[in-house]
Design a protein around this ligand. Structure first.
Ligand code: UD1
Length: 417
């Protein structure tokens, strides 16, 4: 077995331009939604990531024909199977997003229960409650969830929490339902809007995506379409923080400024300059930035997927920062790793108190999940000496060519086996 590690050395201020890839969290539900189509689907700006390959593998297993080259994905669907097996679902939680489409198209879906996850128990109760409200019968047993409904019927679904996955899964399930489905307290994330736009291009009738109430009027059939995925706001945020904390000057290209407003606001509060420039933002950092408090919230609040990266930044800030994680119950796995690098962090429940220090020190650490891995790379950029990061497969799930992109900006980063 080959163990790959990423090594990051204390790096100069980052300079140059970095282009942001298509959004992982948009393309995963969009690929799942392609199962609903009766025609050919063409998706552009598809990021070449492990998670994307897992989703492609899964829809192929279910009967789709896919060709994926140079960020362009062509899908023709002829679903044969209603079952998504453990072997495929265990690789990625987002695999559960095929349940809505299969149920909608075939009236029966059997999906392996997604396992626990490093960032909390992450239940699927809201997804199932939605399917049930639309008339599906749900059975759980032998590690599988089975949903059956001859015909789904449009109803009002209220989500106790604006879950991104539940909003997407229910929206997809409802596209062929009789009448009108309303999802209340729906997630407002840009990825939900991108999925709704994609479904509408195929002929769905969805209104209100991006607000807390989404209305889906059932249609008979969906046709093929072409769609370009929105830029990844979390990848953009990660490079913005890298530029900021190294005191760099970086143009982050291919962003939708509206989507990264909460990140711009926090960096500005730290004393960092952020300017809009063409289709990007320029971040001019400084080494002695101020500590700020951060509270993660559903969109348009500060994204939980940027919490770990922001904590890495705060570990080297001037002053003390209070970081509150409200979205996931256990998303501080990176704290112990940052502490190995000398960070001064105390945790009490969902709150972390980070006292910035002048010099982090490079150490051997491990990426406990995707964003935690990104946070360790960021910390490594300003730490003295070498940071050796293990378990980098987590990072490859969600960042396209991260070493190349950082190297092009002047970072000292490389991979060793
Ligand atoms: C998506 C993103 C993930 C991001 C998260 C929150 C994808 C592929 N992943 O994950 O990167 O961190 O949104 O922005 O898009 N919950 C329940 N019951 C449910 C579903 C969720 O209690 O049925 C809870 C979860 O445990 C969690 C919270 O709701 O505490 C948010 O989860 P959710 O928005 O569903 O996240 P995902 O869609 O899994």
């Amino acid at each position: 077995m080959v163990y790959t590690k990423i090594i990051v050395e204390n790096s100069p201020a980052l300079r140059g331009t970095v282009k942001i890839s298509g959004a992982k969290n948009s393309v995963l539900p969009i690929i799942a939604a392609s199962l609903l189509s009766y025609g050919e689907v063409f998706i552009d700006d598809v990021p070449e990531l492990k998670d994307v390959n897992v989703m492609i593998e899964l829809i192929k297993f279910l009967g789709a024909h896919c060709t994926f080259k140079n960020g362009k994905l062509k899908i023709n669907v002829d679903i044969k199977d209603v079952e998504a097996p453990y072997e495929l679902v265990k690789k990625m939680r987002a695999s559960f997003l095929v349940m809505g489409p299969i149920l909608a198209k075939l009236g029966h879906a059997k999906i392996s229960l997604p396992g626990g996850c490093a960032i909390g128990t992450r239940p699927i109760d809201l997804h199932l409650k939605g399917f049930q409200t639309l008339g599906a019968q749900i059975d759980i047993g032998h590690g599988y969830v089975e949903a059956r409904a001859k015909r789904l019927v449009g109803k009002k679904v209220y989500l106790d929490f604006p879950s991104v996955g539940a909003t997407e899964n229910i929206m997809m399930a409802a596209v062929f339902a009789d009448g009108i489905t309303t999802i209340e307290n729906a997630a407002e994330e840009p990825e939900v809007v991108d999925l709704a736009n994609f479904l509408n291009k195929m002929g769905a009738n969805i209104k209100g995506a991006g607000t807390d109430t989404i209305r889906i009027e059932g249609v008979k059939e969906l046709k093929g379409t072409e769609h370009t995925v929105i830029p990844d706001r979390i990848e953009a945020g990660t490079y913005m923080v890298a530029a900021a904390m190294t005191g760099g000057d970086v143009l982050i290209e291919n962003v939708i400024v509206d989507h990264i407003k909460p990140i711009i606001a926090k960096l500005t509060e730290c004393g960092i300059d952020v300017f809009e420039e063409g289709t990007g933002v320029r971040v001019k950092g400084k080494r002695n930035y101020k500590a700020v408090d951060v509270k993660t919230l559903p969109y348009p609040g500060f994204p939980t997927d940027m919490q770990a990266q922001m904590m890495a930044m705060m570990a080297g800030a001037k002053g003390t920062s209070v970081i509150i994680e409200t979205v996931f119950e256990n998303r501080f796995m990176h704290v112990d790793e940052l502490k190995r690098m000398g960070a001064d962090i105390k945790i009490e429940g969902r709150t972390a108190v980070v006292t910035g220090i002048d010099h982090l020190s490079g150490a051997e650490v491990k990426a406990t999940d995707l964003r935690a891995g990104a946070a360790l790379i960021l910390a490594g950029l300003i730490a003295e000496g070498k940071t050796i990061i293990n378990d980098v497969h987590h990072i490859d799930r969600g960042y396209v060519n991260i070493e190349e992109k950082l190297k092009n900006l002047g970072a000292i980063i490389y991979r060793v086996d």
